[in-house]
Design a protein around this ligand. Structure first.
Ligand code: GAL
Length: 338
């Protein structure tokens, strides 16, 4: 009798354990979202800050009940590579994708794939564009590209950053005309020319000077593809060719301005005295340079604001909330304090 009782007791205990495991295990209460982040190229100073902040910010949003499994991949500035990575994200059934396009001209193809897989999509940093047959951008059409309830773009309006660069020069005591000949002679070091950030910064920095009634002369305009080493090489060449004629060096970003600063120093020129140097991004080292006078100014490209907005919108999409198709984050002028 005792034996039978012991067996029944053991059976009851086992059943209780099974019931517990099925209903209340902490693991089954946790919802883990799979997030795929495709960056155009890891080897980019600004986008490195940006992607690290995406990862860090997702972590801060985790709770006992919600986790984010974030996979970040390097497109290596190769559109075919990035296209494969997006295909893999689709196969892996990501819950949301954050995409920094290698080529904005391929936006349509990539967006279509993701939309067809019914995965929400947040585009960042490189505004998707549509082009006419002559290669000019068509505003109305690219509004159309994003015309989907689960697709949006988070970025900053590059016209603003270019305008701020020009205004920093306009507001200098010399207005950028160091030799007093009535003309601001500048060189332009451009980012990837397919990128609207490069196009707008190139155009609007100069426009701000012209709009202020100032005369400008472009001595040289070359493509540095956002890269420091290229910025240094192009600036060194221009200084060797045009010498003291160069009064202003406009760089579409700070990485290239860092290179240009090295070339300026090597050529025996002094920023603030016989030349001016402008960048965009406000990398930490460039803000220091602005404050110690080795750079004239830069423009904050708010990677914290942009990455947080991108993640917040991704979370809204995961929660099935309504979103806008565009979110804009402001640039901020950075000049010497005081
Ligand atoms: C720009 C940034 C550049 C580079 C580029 C990549 O907004 O200023 O430094 O990161 O994005 O698309």
């Amino acid at each position: 009798m005792k034996k039978v009782f012991a067996i029944i007791l053991a059976l009851c205990m086992m059943l209780t354990l099974v019931a517990c495991a099925e209903s209340g295990s902490t693991d089954s209460d946790v919802k883990t979202y799979k997030v795929g982040v495709a960056i155009y190229q890891f080897d980019d100073n600004f986008m490195t800050l940006y992607r690290n902040e995406i990862q860090a910010y997702f972590k801060t949003l985790e709770t006992d009940k919600v986790k984010y499994d974030v996979t970040i991949v390097d497109g290596k500035n190769d559109m075919a590579e990035q296209s494969n990575q997006v295909d893999n994200f689709i196969t892996q059934k990501m819950d949301v994708i954050i995409l920094n396009l290698v080529q904005t001209s391929s936006a349509d193809a990539l967006i279509s794939k993701v939309v067809a897989a019914n995965i929400p999509l947040v585009l960042i940093n490189r505004e998707p564009l549509a082009y006419d047959k002559d290669g000019n951008t068509i505003d109305e059409a690219y509004e159309g590209i994003l015309n989907n309830a689960k697709v949006c773009y988070v970025g900053a309006d590059a016209r603003q950053s270019g305008t701020f660069q020009g205004e920093i020069v306009r507001d200098l005591p010399t207005k950028g005309d160091i030799n007093g000949d009535g003309v601001i002679s500048y060189i332009m070091i451009e980012g990837d020319p397919e990128n609207i950030d490069a196009q707008y910064r190139t155009q609007f920095s100069v426009k701000a000077l012209v709009d202020a009634g100032l005369q400008v002369e472009c001595l040289d305009d070359q493509v540095g593809n956002w890269a420091q080493a290229k910025g240094q090489e192009l600036c060194a060449n221009a200084l060797a060719k045009f010498g003291d004629k160069v009064e202003v060096v406009f760089c579409n970003n700070d990485a290239m301005a860092l290179g240009a600063a090295a070339a300026i120093q090597a050529a025996g020129r002094t920023v603030g005295t016989d030349i001016y140097l402008l960048g965009v991004d406000a990398l930490e080292e460039c803000v220091e340079m602005v404050n110690n006078g080795t750079m004239t100014g830069t423009v904050l490209n708010d990677h914290v604001g942009q990455s947080h907005k991108a993640v917040d919108v991704a979370v809204m999409l995961l929660e099935g909330k309504d979103i806008q198709n565009y979110y804009w984050v402001d640039y901020v002028k950075v000049v010497k304090e005081g």
